[in-house]
Design a binder for this molecule. Structure first.
Ligand SMILES: *Cc1c(COP(=O)(O)O)cnc(C)c1O
Length: 292
């Protein structure tokens, strides 16, 4: 059995190098290299065959609604049709962003879900339910569907959450109700939007990938656009900010670019916390830029 669809894996499986394919598709901007843009681009370009060839060699595909790295969204409608016409198992992984889809204005991110064979969202990520609680829906639970714990190598300490701990989720649903849950999600997204605005108002910074939910991917621009020192600069900024103990940010790498991630997800976060976090980031950025 082949593993679930993964862009890098699929490229290598077909003897393609992912960077080669990215270049072929002319994805030069940072966010255009997230998988969603890559796939979307591929379908509007003459390189359509490359992606189709990759897909058809696999017998199941896991499309992401909200990738872990940048919360990019795969085009379910387009890819779902291809998977179906090739008899593939079509899984939708909305571990994080599935929560946002309880709001009608974000529901369109799962358009095309009707074709899916299975779908999951993790209530323990952004749905007020204590770790762990991962909800998996399967269209037809036949004998061929077995819910085994994934085999995780021992050295990987992260605990996989495969047990549906429904009582906790039921309590959250009863306690909050739909409207409160929706406003909880909306509030986080508004706070992230606010942070995104703060970042875009400061010319020293850049928003790296389009913000869809409550995560903002951004970076500090190096002086004179010197790309060589950009990664180190942002790595140092992350260290400096986190060592204050006032906030904690993480990072990812998008198109080879060290990218900072600011995520709003705690129930007690308010606008004043976001503003304070931004002040810390600006302050540390000034110190770093002066020391160059
Ligand atoms: C977090 C995440 C997972 C894994 O979630 P667990 O908490 O380990 O169950 C899977 N897919 C995506 C897209 C995620 O963001």
């Amino acid at each position: 059995m082949l593993p679930f669809f993964n862009f890098a894996f699929s490229c290598s499986y077909c003897g393609l190098h992912q960077y080669h394919l990215l270049r072929t598709l002319n994805c030069t901007t940072a966010h255009a290299c997230t998988r969603v843009h890559l796939l979307a681009l591929s379908f509007s370009s003459r390189y359509k065959w490359s992606i189709e060839a990759i897909l058809m060699d696999l017998n199941k595909i896991s499309l992401k609604v909200g990738t872990t790295s940048s919360t990019a969204v795969d085009p379910l409608l387009v890819l779902g049709k291809i998977t179906k016409s090739n008899g593939m198992w079509f899984h939708v992984d909305a571990a994080y962003a599935g929560s946002a889809c309880i709001c009608p204005e974000y529901r369109h991110y799962i358009d095309g879900i009707e074709e899916a064979d299975s779908y999951n969202m993790n209530a323990h990520k952004w749905f007020l339910t204590n770790f762990d609680c991962s909800a998996l829906w399967v269209k037809e639970c036949s004998d061929s569907v077995t819910l085994n714990k994934p085999r995780v190598p021992k050295k990987q300490s992260k605990a996989p959450s495969t047990l549906a701990q429904s009582l906790k989720l039921w309590m959250v649903l009863r306690l909050y109700g739909l409207e409160n849950l929706q406003s909880y999600i909306r509030n986080h997204i508004e706070l992230a939007k606010h942070f995104e605005e703060l970042v875009s108002q400061d010319p020293r910074f850049q928003v790296v990938a389009p913000r869809k939910f409550s995560l903002v991917c951004f970076c500090l621009l190096p002086p004179h656009n010197n790309e060589d020192c950009a990664n180190k600069l942002n790595h140092d900024l992350l260290d400096a900010v986190n060592s204050t103990g006032k906030l904690f940010i993480s990072h990812t790498v998008l198109s080879g670019k060290y990218t900072l991630r600011f995520a709003v997800g705690a129930p007690l976060t308010e606008e004043r916390h976001v503003n304070a976090a931004w002040k810390v980031l600006q302050g540390k950025a000034s110190v770093l830029l002066q020391s160059l």
